[in-house]
Design a protein. Structure first.
Length: 278
């Protein structure tokens, strides 16, 4: 049992490395395809692969099921599109940290314990320290976009909780990703960037789809069967750090000391809020 838990922690960490590595590849694609083209490629390829693998019986879904799927898919598509436009303007580590305020805020709003005020203040300090103070830190538009992506992430969490009560995980993820692809594809086409697509970019897009969607979804589902949700949530608090390290290693994005301090504040607030939750 302990061996399984250790492996579960490893898979959770692998999932985060995969997600942030995929984000680094996607950001590399921005130079050619732009954010809209990159997110269309990622979500579109992921939707096709998931549909072929899971083969959901879509004609058996009720009208209410489709309403939940629509809400779930729209939250996925809008969250990713907004986040990609945000990290075009700010370093990946900064974007992930600011976006993380969304689920953290959702967790704090659901509790009335006095320590949560401490975590809220700590998260606020993180936001204060992470805002750009020079050209190397990005710009305010990027900060706002990633903050909006964080709010959409909170909506995604709510939608996930609702849809998993009605559908199997595989059906929910597959249909949600396909709806998200339908949402973002017009942005990718209208931007004109997708018309520059060649086989090399398609291969990179396949890598983004695998590392940012297929692999982490699979690893997370396995992990949640082996460890408690609270433990999983605490581990997820490491996402901003992995984002910053991925940006540094693969994109050459250097953060200031204050921004590293901000990431630490947000990670601590997220872990603390999760540990204090009933």
């Amino acid at each position: 049992m302990k061996f399984n838990k250790k492996w579960a922690v490893c898979t959770a960490l692998s999932s985060m490395i995969s997600v942030q590595g995929g984000a680094s590849i996607a950001k590399y694609l921005f130079h050619v395809l732009g954010p809209a083209g990159a997110v269309t490629l990622r979500v579109g390829l992921a939707g096709i692969m998931l549909f072929l693998i899971n083969r959901p019986k879509i004609f058996q879904f009720s009208r209410k099921d489709w309403m939940y799927i629509l809400f779930y898919g729209l939250s996925i598509g809008s969250m990713n599109l907004t986040f990609y436009y945000g990290i075009q303007r700010v370093p990946l580590g900064v974007g992930v940290a600011v976006e993380f305020i969304g689920p953290l805020g959702l967790a704090l709003l659901s509790s009335r314990k006095w320590p949560d005020f401490v975590w809220a203040i700590l998260a606020g300090a993180g936001i204060f320290f992470i805002v750009p103070r020079n050209s190397g830190g990005g710009d305010w538009i990027g900060i706002v976009l990633t903050a909006v992506a964080g709010l959409l992430w909170a909506a995604y969490i709510v939608a996930t909780g609702k849809i998993t009560q009605r559908l199997k995980n595989s059906d929910a993820v597959t249909c949600g990703i396909c709806v998200a692809a339908l949402l973002v594809t017009p942005f990718g086409l209208l931007s004109g960037d997708l018309f520059r697509l060649d086989w090399k970019l398609l291969l990179l897009g396949f890598g983004v789809a695998v590392f940012s969607s297929l692999l982490p979804f699979s690893l997370d589902l396995w992990t949640l069967k082996k460890i408690p949700p609270k433990t999983f949530s605490v581990l997820q608090s490491l996402q901003p750090a992995f984002g910053a390290l991925s940006g540094l290693l693969f994109l050459g994005e250097h953060l200031t000391g204050l921004q590293w301090l901000a990431i630490l504040c947000i990670m601590t607030a997220s872990a603390g809020a999760t540990l204090m939750r009933d």
